[in-house]
Design a protein around this ligand. Structure first.
Ligand SMILES: Nc1ncnc2c1ncn2[C@@H]1O[C@H](COP(=O)(O)OP(=O)(O)OP(=O)(O)O)[C@@H](O)[C@H]1O
Ligand SMILES: [Mg+2]
Length: 220
């Protein structure tokens, strides 16, 4: 099992009211599986994804990644994420002072992986998302869809077993959405576990399991 989340709950204080965004959510993701989380805006998809990827912490609940129980300690989690996960954030979170190429190289540098051929690997990932020719530009010089594809290439830099993608094709045209959907399909065929949120049909089509989040409850 790639990922198992047991009884995940999260409450936010919104306008002095305590709103239960996630109510005791369970989810299992097998090796090579793509799980798509769908649901209306504000349903809690990003909240759930951030908790599953260990970026955020639940109020209650337990998560196992690759059979290892996630410890809610920030340093431990940062190391764990770097070793095992690739994360595509809804707002991309690219580093503005680094070029596209440097953004993709950075995770390899931090994890001390692929030494000696980081540049070639980054360029090949950028080619996979159709952006090789923009390698030496800065994020601010790219369109939203191009930035989104850099975020995808960066998430794949360390060849992670677990991929978390928050609306990874939301800024892309139909043709590019299909290209990225195909890339995710190939990754799942390589045995990667993918949890993504989406509103787009192209992504729902490649998912092995679709889970709907509504009223704080997840139904798969
Ligand atoms: N840090 C926070 N503090 C307070 N409330 C929050 C916080 N983060 C999220 N929320 C609230 O939790 C709810 C779910 O937000 P979330 O971003 O998870 O929704 P979403 O399903 O990803 O929406 P979208 O499709 O628009 O991306 C929203 O009502 C939001 O206001
Ligand atoms: Mg969201």
């Amino acid at each position: 099992m790639c990922l198992e989340a047991i009884s995940i709950s999260k409450t936010y204080n919104i306008l002095n009211k305590r709103i239960k965004v996630l109510k005791s959510i369970n989810l299992k993701v097998e090796e090579g599986e793509i799980v798509a989380i769908v649901g209306p805006s504000g349903a809690g998809k990003s909240t759930l994804l951030n908790i599953l990827s260990t970026v955020d912490r639940p109020d209650k609940g337990i998560i196992y990644h690759l059979g290892v129980k996630i410890i809610q300690d920030e340093d431990w989690k940062a190391l764990w994420r770097r070793e095992h996960t690739g994360i595509i954030f809804q707002q991309f979170q690219l580093i503005p002072t680094l070029t596209v190429l440097e953004n993709v190289i950075l995770p390899m540098y931090l994890a001390r992986k692929f030494k000696g051929h980081r540049k070639e690997r980054a360029l090949s990932l950028l080619r996979r998302v159709g952006l090789e020719e923009k390698a030496f530009m800065y994020p601010s010089e790219l369109s939203g869809g191009e930035q989104q594809r850099v975020a995808i290439a960066r998430a794949l830099a360390n060849d992670p077993e677990l991929i978390f993608a928050d609306e990874p094709v939301s800024n892309l045209d139909v043709e590019t959405r299909l290209k990225i959907a195909n890339l995710f399909k190939e990754l799942s065929e390589e045995g990667k576990c993918i949890v993504l949120t989406t509103h787009e049909e192209e992504m729902k089509k490649i998912a092995h399991k679709i889970c709907a989040l509504r009223g704080g409850v997840l139904r798969c």
